[in-house]
Design a protein. Structure first.
Length: 364
């Protein structure tokens, strides 16, 4: 195939179709000074397909790198005709030309996005989908940071910020049980203070967003799914993760976590932990609390149940063993009971005491 590089001509035009039947990323472009804007004389379907030059981050072969391009209908592009010797059918797009739209598009004429917005009844309005706004730059609003024209996700994030999340509030009982101090906590405040041109933003058509913000003293990294699930690295190094639906984490090998500060977990639903699913020996569930701290368990309105199906239930208490029962105390032993007390035993009751047995020996 001959390269007609000596005869190419430059063009500027508007993309009117990106649904390449070959799915190679080609676009149909209506070029200024070459094509008429009369869509009856030259429908969009009759425009030539233009190949798109990709950056070096996309190999352009075997699906490696980014593909296809993110150019949409209504975008202004520039490039050249490889066959500029009069045919002008072999088009190559070099780049896009952002600007500041002075008007919205008209789907009835050329040089506009032919796709129409829909009204409340789902009927076409004749106004192009792109550009979305007029009289403001094509630059993403998150990069511009105009307080009068906030990006919708920024407004939504401020409205949905979660506050006053409770932590475990253990009730102290007498002098034997001491609880930790507890405070409710809030989702961190939004630190977005982007200054143009330091916030580098990527946004897809449906609303997926990436921000790499180099604004001095407010450097952030933020990635957000259109559903609201997101993560953000704050200027101070904090990491905030929001999951709008279920969160699944599957690890094929080991999982280790080292928390050098405090950890608070608040769960509105149930919580289950299953250890040693495969039944291997010595896969224990070990909990160790260092000196000077307690293990506190409180059930506000329910039962505390511990079951060992075949093993022993062992207590090894280095000091006093205190039990306070607000109701009855029932002990059912199907085998024998042996109690050894090296000191004295004191039994106080305000009611009667009954001892039954086939044989009762007192100091045998």
């Amino acid at each position: 195939m001959a390269f007609l590089g000596n005869n190419f001509n430059w063009f500027v035009g508007v993309v009117e179709d990106r649904f390449d039947p070959e799915k190679t990323g080609r676009l149909r472009v209506r070029c200024l000074g070459v094509h008429t804007g009369d869509k009856l004389a030259l429908p969009t379907a009759d425009l030539p397909w233009a190949s798109v030059t990709l950056p070096t981050t996309a190999s352009g072969i075997s699906g490696l790198g980014q593909s296809p391009s993110f150019i949409v209908e209504g975008a202004w592009v520039w490039g050249y005709f490889r066959d500029g010797n009069g045919l002008m059918q072999e088009m190559v797009i070099v780049g896009t030309l952002p600007g500041k739209p002075a008007e919205l598009g008209n789907t009835e004429v050329g040089f506009y996005d032919p796709n129409s917005r829909l009204d409340a009844d789902g009927q076409p309005t004749g106004i192009s989908v792109y550009p979305k706004e007029m009289d403001e730059p094509d630059t993403n609003r998150l990069a511009v940071n105009n307080a009068d024209k906030e990006h919708s996700t920024f407004t939504l994030r401020k409205a949905e910020r979660i506050k006053d999340i409770p932590t475990a509030d253990f009730d102290e009982v007498g002098s034997n049980i001491k609880a930790s101090d507890t405070d409710n906590w809030n989702e961190p405040e939004i630190t977005y203070k982007a200054a143009y041109p330091y916030n580098h933003v990527f946004e897809s058509e449906s609303g997926h967003i990436k921000e790499y913000d180099d604004t001095e003293l407010n450097e952030r990294i933020h990635e957000r799914h259109k559903s609201g699930t997101s993560y953000e690295m704050l200027p101070n190094g904090d990491l905030v993760t929001l999951v709008k639906n279920s969160h699944y984490a599957i690890t094929s090998s080991n999982n280790k976590a080292f928390i050098q500060g405090d950890s608070d977990i608040t769960i509105n639903g149930r919580h289950k932990v299953y250890i040693n699913k495969n039944g291997q020996s010595d896969n224990n569930y070990d909990i160790q609390v260092g000196p000077g701290a307690n293990v506190n368990i409180q059930v506000d309105n329910g039962n505390l149940n511990v079951v060992t199906k075949t093993g022993q239930f062992n207590f090894d208490v280095g000091a006093d063993f205190n039990v306070n029962v607000g109701g009855n105390y029932n002990l059912n032993v199907q085998g024998s009971e042996t109690k050894t007390v090296e000191g004295t035993t004191t039994h106080n009751t305000t009611g009667s005491t009954t001892i039954r047995g086939s044989t009762i020996d007192l100091n045998p």
